[in-house]
Design a protein around this ligand. Structure first.
Ligand code: ADP
Length: 186
């Protein structure tokens, strides 16, 4: 497999995990060896798998940091062709040099993550990863107010914390017209 960086991005519910799982399954059909990781912040549904909101899954190793991801991956790197990373927005900027290192070693790195926070601000390492990627896939969801394509993640309710893990009921997809940045009045 030639080295390659792929980023799958967009708001929540846009099908990022689904698309990542689809690509990893196809790589396995092509007899490529796949290793998949996710941050331990995202424990929805599974501790040892990534899962989409539509309930598809793929085995994954949960790691707390980029250092921990490296420690898990590097001992078996000769046996791995494709590295999948879900919820990549929760890793810090060390993910950027790691991706560059892996691509120079001939690896295919496929990362899925939110491009923006619930305040519509760039999220963690994703914007920089989009800049250095060979391929960027920006997906849209369906706006829960009007049904048009949605690029934003709307947080419902009161919480101010950056990371509230969960899905339906806490966040919903919204188009530009129906997105409201978080304020205390909500
Ligand atoms: P992401 O990883 O981007 O959060 P997932 O791959 O986990 O997305 O889930 C995508 C699935 O979520 C869709 O196939 C659909 O079944 C479901 N879904 C729920 N709400 C929406 C929405 N507002 N727009 C699009 N898909 C939605």
């Amino acid at each position: 497999v030639p080295g390659r960086i792929e980023v799958i991005t967009g708001p929540m519910f846009s099908g990022k995990s689904e698309e990542l799982i689809r690509r990893l399954k196809r790589a396995r059909i092509a007899r490529q060896r796949v290793a998949c990781y996710k941050p331990d912040i995202d424990l929805r549904y599974h501790r040892t798998a990534i899962a989409s909101h539509s309930s598809q899954t793929h085995d994954a190793t949960t790691v707390a940091t980029v250092e921990e991801l490296k420690a898990a991956l590097f001992p078996q790197l000769n046996e791995v062709d494709v590295i999948g990373i879900d919820e990549a927005q929760f890793f810090d900027t060390r993910l950027i040099p790691l991706s560059v290192e892996l691509v120079h070693l001939g690896k295919r790195v496929v990362m899925a993550g939110l491009d923006t926070t619930f305040n519509a601000e760039p999220f963690g390492p994703i914007p920089a990863l989009m800049a250095i990627a060979d391929e960027v896939t920006k997906l849209s969801a369906v706006c829960m107010v009007c049904g048009q394509p949605a690029i934003h993640t709307q947080r419902l309710g009161q919480s101010q914390e950056l990371v509230v893990v969960g899905a339906a009921g806490v966040y919903e997809a919204r188009c530009r017209a129906h997105f409201q940045p978080f304020t205390d009045e909500h």
